[in-house]
Design a protein around this ligand. Structure first.
Ligand SMILES: *Cc1c(COP(=O)(O)O)cnc(C)c1O
Length: 368
C-alpha cells in the first residue's frame, strides 16, 4: 500500500513551534479550547503532496470559491488521546480512523494518501502538544483530522487543490460519574442516510442537514434523534452514535444486536470495538441485524428488552432511557447497573484507553 500511493511523508515534516503557549482552560467544554499547534498538508493536482507542516494553531486563508464551502467537498475524523494512569498518552485504534478517512476521501473525490504516514504526522502533533492531554479520568484531547477542497474555482468537479489539516481540543467528561441516560425522539419524517448516499462516510454534509431534526427533538423534550429508515421504521443510529439493543430476541435468545453496515450506518470504531469485545466474552449472542420499531415495541411490551445504548468516541457508551415515538413515551429499562452491558463495556474500554489493561488497541506516544 505504502509504495504505490503518492503521499506526503512524515519524515519530511517541517516543525515550526509556537513562541507563546496558550494557558490551558480551567473548565473543559467540547470543542473550543484548541491546543497550541496544528498539522497542515497541502495537495495540488499539478505538484502532488507538499511536505507536512506542524505550526502554531491559527486561522486558514481560503479562497471564497473553495468547493468545501459551496459543495461540502470535505470530510473529517474524530479520535482521542487519553492520558493513562501511568501518565502516558495513548491513541485508541487510530488506524481505523485513518482507514475510514481514506474511504471518505475516495467518496469525496479528494486525493489518496498513505494512512500510516498520516498517523505518524498526527503522533508527532500529539507529542508536541501532549501537555494538552488532560490529567483527568474521562477527559481527553480530541483530535479532528479534516480534509477540504480548496481549488479557486466554482466548478463542480474534482478539486485540483486540497488541504488536509488536523486540530486538537480538550474535551471534558461527557458524564460526571455514572453515564446518564438520554431520551431520544424517533420520527420517520427525517432521514439521516439512504442507500447509495454518503451516510457511511464522515462527510460534513451528513451533519449540517441533521441539525434541524436535532432541534425538533429538543422541542419534544428529547436530547437526540433516533434515525429511522424505510417503511418498516428500521432503527439505524441515534444522533451521531451507533445503536445497540440488548434483549431477548424473537427466538428467546439473549442477544446484543446492532444494525449491519449496509451503507446507511457509519462504521464506528466504538461499534466495532464493542462487537469484538462482546464476541470475545462469548457469553451472549452478538449480531449485526436489522431492528425495527415494531420489533422494539413488542419486545418492550413483553419485557424482553434489557437495555439500549448509543456508542461513539464522544460518549463511548450512552444508555437510552426513553424513546418518544408516534405520540408514545417508551421507557427503556436500565436499572440494575451490575447486570448491564453498558457499564461493563464502558469499564473495559476505559481500562484500555487509560492504560489499566494493556492492549494492542492502543498506541503509546513518546514522552518529551
Ligand atoms: C462518528 C460517528 C459515529 C461513531 O463513530 P466512532 O468511530 O465510534 O466515534 C457513529 N455515527 C455517526 C453518524 C458518526 O458520525
Amino acid at each position: 500500500m505504502a509504495d504505490n500511493i503518492p503521499s506526503f511523508k512524515a519524515a519530511d515534516l517541517v516543525v515550526e513551534l509556537s513562541s507563546t503557549l496558550k494557558p490551558k482552560p480551567d473548565v473543559l467544554s467540547f470543542g473550543s479550547a484548541f491546543s497550541d499547534h496544528m498539522l497542515t498538508i497541502e495537495w495540488s493536482e499539478s505538484e502532488g503532496w507538499k511536505a507536512p507542516v506542524i505550526k502554531p494553531f491559527g486561522n486558514l486563508s481560503l479562497h471564497p470559491a473553495s468547493p468545501s464551502l459551496h459543495y461540502a467537498i470535505q470530510l473529517f475524523e474524530g479520535l482521542k488521546a487519553y492520558r493513562g494512569v501511568d501518565n502516558k498518552v495513548r491513541l485508541f485504534r487510530p488506524m481505523l480512523n485513518m482507514k475510514r478517512m481514506a474511504t471518505s476521501a475516495k467518496r469525496a473525490c479528494l486525493p489518496a494518501f498513505d494512512q500510516l504516514e498520516l498517523l505518524e504526522c498526527i503522533r508527532r502533533l500529539v507529542e508536541i502538544d501532549q501537555d494538552w492531554v488532560p490529567n483527568l479520568e474521562r477527559a481527553s484531547l480530541y483530535i479532528r483530522p479534516t480534509f477540504i477542497g480548496t481549488e479557486q474555482c466554482l466548478g463542480l468537479k474534482k478539486p485540483a487543490n486540497a488541504l488536509l489539516y488536523v486540530i486538537m481540543c480538550q474535551v471534558g467528561s461527557y458524564f460526571d460519574g455514572e453515564p446518564k441516560s438520554v431520551s431520544i425522539w424517533a420520527d420517520p419524517k427525517y432521514t439521516r442516510a439512504w442507500r447509495g448516499g454518503t451516510g457511511d462516510c464522515k462527510m460534513g454534509g451528513n451533519y449540517g442537514c441533521s441539525l434541524s431534526a436535532q432541534y425538533e427533538a429538543v422541542s419534544h423534550g428529547c436530547q437526540q434523534t433516533l434515525w429511522l429508515y424505510g417503511e418498516d421504521h428500521q432503527i439505524t443510529e441515534a444522533g451521531t452514535m451507533n445503536v445497540f439493543l440488548h434483549w431477548i430476541n424473537e427466538d428467546g435468545e439473549e442477544e446484543l444486536a446492532t444494525p449491519p453496515l449496509d451503507g446507511i450506518i457509519l462504521p464506528g470504531v466504538t461499534r466495532q470495538s464493542i462487537l469484538e469485545l462482546t464476541r470475545k466474552w462469548g457469553e451472549i449472542k452478538v449480531t449485526e441485524r436489522y431492528l425495527t420499531m415494531s420489533q422494539l415495541c413488542s419486545a418492550l411490551k413483553q419485557q424482553r428488552v434489557k437495555e439500549m445504548f448509543g456508542s461513539g468516541t464522544a460518549s463511548m457508551v450512552c444508555p437510552i432511557g426513553h424513546i418518544v415515538y408516534q405520540g408514545e413515551d417508551l421507557h427503556l429499562p436500565c436499572q440494575d447497573k451490575d447486570s448491564l452491558l453498558t457499564s461493563r463495556i464502558a469499564k473495559e474500554l476505559t481500562d484500555i484507553q487509560y492504560g489499566r489493561t494493556p492492549s494492542d488497541w492502543t498506541i503509546l506516544m513518546e514522552q518529551q
